[in-house]
Design a protein around this ligand. Structure first.
Ligand code: PEP
Ligand code: MN
Length: 263
């Protein structure tokens, strides 16, 4: 169903008034984790000022170590909603449990399925049974074909509002956190009709190369870019090293906008 052979025209995913995949790329930004009302509010204020309409923030955090911050859970989704309502922003947050998929719609506008859950088939099926846009991340070591099949799980249950996001894959390279597979962008655009985005933060794990990677993604045809922003990355409860502070975010954004690839 997600194949270009089956449907020629691009799927456009609607996040309220925002259209993803309609030819005007979007920027999604926000903290790795929702940590507090004040923290989210500070980021939301900066996004509003910068004209960015969609904010991300993790409330359920799938961490490598069980001793690391696991997220605020539903409380985090409530914070996102409260702040988003104040600033008129749309929100994206990861859901990790099939039982939370339906309830998520009460708080957020887009459900993210994380890299570690790309082949959590019960979660994919639950995501396919609701009418909420899904942002599906590529698995840590997933082939493009496996990624496309994961999207098929969602779409085949009825939910056609699916966006794909390349977030870097495991290779032998250690210079970056993951290897940004830029070629996945044109391949996914050719082989599927779904919007394709690139998460420059998790794919590179390096603040110093985010702008060129974002431009490369957009030049390759991506429908959007995602980046992590935190008011004070040094004290962030997750991904402290890779999040931009607000000043760096404004610089990043103006550099990407100067390329003419982003409004
Ligand atoms: C995230 O975007 O918050 C995240 C955990 O990323 P990934 O699933 O790509 O590792
Ligand atoms: Mn993160």
């Amino acid at each position: 169903l997600v194949s270009r052979k089956n449907q020629q025209e691009d799927t456009v995913v609607s996040i309220g008034e925002i259209k993803v995949g309609a030819g005007k790329p979007i920027m999604i930004a926000g903290p790795c984790s929702v940590e507090s009302y004040e923290q989210v509010r500070e980021v939301a204020k900066a996004l509003k000022e910068a004209g960015i309409p969609v904010m991300r923030g993790g409330a359920f955090k799938p961490r490598t170590s069980p001793y690391d911050f696991q997220g605020l859970g539903i409380e985090g989704l409530k914070i996102l909603k409260e702040v988003a309502d104040e600033f008129g922003l749309k929100t994206i947050s990861e859901i990790v449990h099939p039982g939370h998929i339906e309830l998520a719609g009460d708080y957020i506008d887009v459900i993210q399925i994380g890299a570690r859950n790309m082949q959590n088939f019960e979660l994919l099926k639950a995501a396919g049974d609701v009418n909420i846009p899904i942002l599906l991340k590529r698995g840590l070591a997933a082939t493009i074909d496996e990624f496309v099949h994961a999207a098929e799980y969602v779409v085949s249950r009825g939910n056609k509002q699916v966006m794909l996001i390349e977030r870097g894959i495991r290779t032998y390279e250690k210079a970056t956190r993951n290897t940004l597979d830029i070629s996945a962008v044109p391949i996914l655009k050719q082989e599927t009709h779904l919007p394709v985005l690139v998460d420059v933060t998790h794919s590179t794990g390096r603040k110093d190369i985010l702008a060129p990677c974002a431009k490369a993604a957009l030049a390759a045809g991506a429908d959007g870019v995602m980046v992590e922003v935190h008011p004070n990355p040094a004290v962030a409860l997750s991904d402290s090293a890779q999040q931009l502070n607000i000043e760096q975010f404004h610089q990043f954004l103006s550099s990407v906008r100067q390329s003419g690839l982003l409004n």
